[in-house]
Ligand binder design. Structure first.
Ligand SMILES: NC(=O)c1ccc[n+]([C@@H]2O[C@H](COP(=O)([O-])OP(=O)(O)OC[C@H]3O[C@@H](n4cnc5c(N)ncnc54)[C@H](O)[C@@H]3O)[C@@H](O)[C@H]2O)c1
Length: 320
């Protein structure tokens, strides 16, 4: 369940597509004042309705309190300009498309119009803030705060400071994330794709390879991940899993017994870094065949499972 809100925080969300709407559903569901800005005016209008739906879905899933969410939704407004949306904000969350030049321009503009003490974060999946905020004023308050999709449901958030980000800005934003019920993890330096994206990309490349090589069908490989390592990793990450993998001897014995096998497997893993157009077509066709239902139906089922998994993990953590 989302933690009680910090009542005075004002958030501005710049770019209200998939991720911006998720951030807004989360901040609104926590009762925070949320202003939206998007250059696509019809999309921004549509976003308001979707943010309401997603914030209320959080309540239905037991992840937010109804009264707080309704109060927060009454405090969602649309900014007519970037200036109007951001000038009073304590925290500006940039969620425009993953395009370095667009983000650099956005940060340059934001630097000129937000309060000097406001935090300006980027939701970027992999662009370093050192480059994104290269031309931004007061760079010490700029930081990557990378959510997972859907941001309102998955608590893990990566915080990635740049060369100029101040430790005070990092601490402030981590505190705000915790009061939104998030679990912030800190990267000590910038790497392309941040940590979560790199891990996901490595696993997905192998999954795609197994599908395109005809070793497994899409639905079976998806089950292999979510009921195999994914299930174990939800309880204990890969290092703890292997530390527990060889009896009382721990990881030391595990490595003695299995490192050689791992080295053989590592040597045979997929290594490519681009897909040809016909491979993209083949992959798309196989995924669409495996999951025939409408996207919104599939998303609702996924979100219900996510909420149930989170409830179970939280209950188990409390019991420990
Ligand atoms: N989609 C994901 O799964 C995911 C997950 C985590 C992080 N991210 C990151 O979040 C960011 C946004 O991704 P998304 O998937 O929401 O993209 P999106 O295309 O769904 O939404 C981007 C929105 O930004 C708006 N926009 C474009 N230029 C703008 C500008 N100059 N000012 C204001 N608004 C502008 C667009 O109209 C659109 O509504 C990217 O950096 C992406 O890497 C995406």
């Amino acid at each position: 369940m989302t933690a009680p809100a910090a009542p005075t925080l004002k958030v501005a969300i710049v770019g209200v597509g998939t991720i911006g709407r998720g951030w807004a559903a989360l901040t609104a569901a926590s009762g925070w004042e949320t202003t939206l800005y998007d250059t696509d005016v019809p999309a921004a209008d549509r976003a308001v309705a979707e943010i309401g739906r997603r914030a209320r879905a959080l309540v239905a899933l037991g992840r937010a309190v109804g009264e707080t969410a309704e109060a927060g939704l009454r405090r969602v407004t649309l900014g007519r300009s970037l200036l109007q949306a951001c000038r009073d904000a304590d925290w500006v969350i940039e969620s425009v498309p993953e395009d370095l030049h667009l983000k650099q321009r956005t940060f340059e503009n934001l630097g000129q119009l937000v309060r000097a003490e406001a935090i300006v974060s980027s939701s970027s999946s992999g662009l370093p803030i050192t480059e994104t905020a290269a031309r931004c004023r007061n760079q010490q308050r700029c930081v990557v705060v990378h959510p997972l999709n859907p941001p309102e449901l998955i608590p893990l958030v990566e915080v990635v400071p740049g060369k100029f980000t101040s430790p005070a800005a990092v601490e402030r934003v981590r505190g705000w994330l915790r009061s939104l019920g998030r679990i912030p993890i800190l990267l000590k330096r910038e790497v392309p794709g941040n940590a979560v994206g790199r891990i996901a990309a490595a696993v997905w490349r192998e999954c795609i390879d197994l599908v395109l090589a005809g070793v497994m069908d899409v639905d079976d490989i998806d089950r292999a991940v979510s009921l195999g390592p994914g299930l174990g990793w939800a309880a204990a990450g890969p290092h703890l899993t292997y530390h527990l993998g060889a009896g009382d001897g721990g990881v030391n014995v595990f490595l003695q017994q299995l490192l050689q096998s791992f080295e053989v497997w590592w040597g045979s893993l997929a290594q490519w870094n681009r897909l040809e157009p016909e491979q993209v077509r083949a992959l798309t066709a196989q995924i669409e065949r495996a999951y025939g239902e409408k996207i919104d139906v599939l998303r609702e089922v996924r979100d219900r499972r996510l909420a149930a998994i989170l409830r179970a993990i939280e209950a188990a953590r409390k019991a420990r």
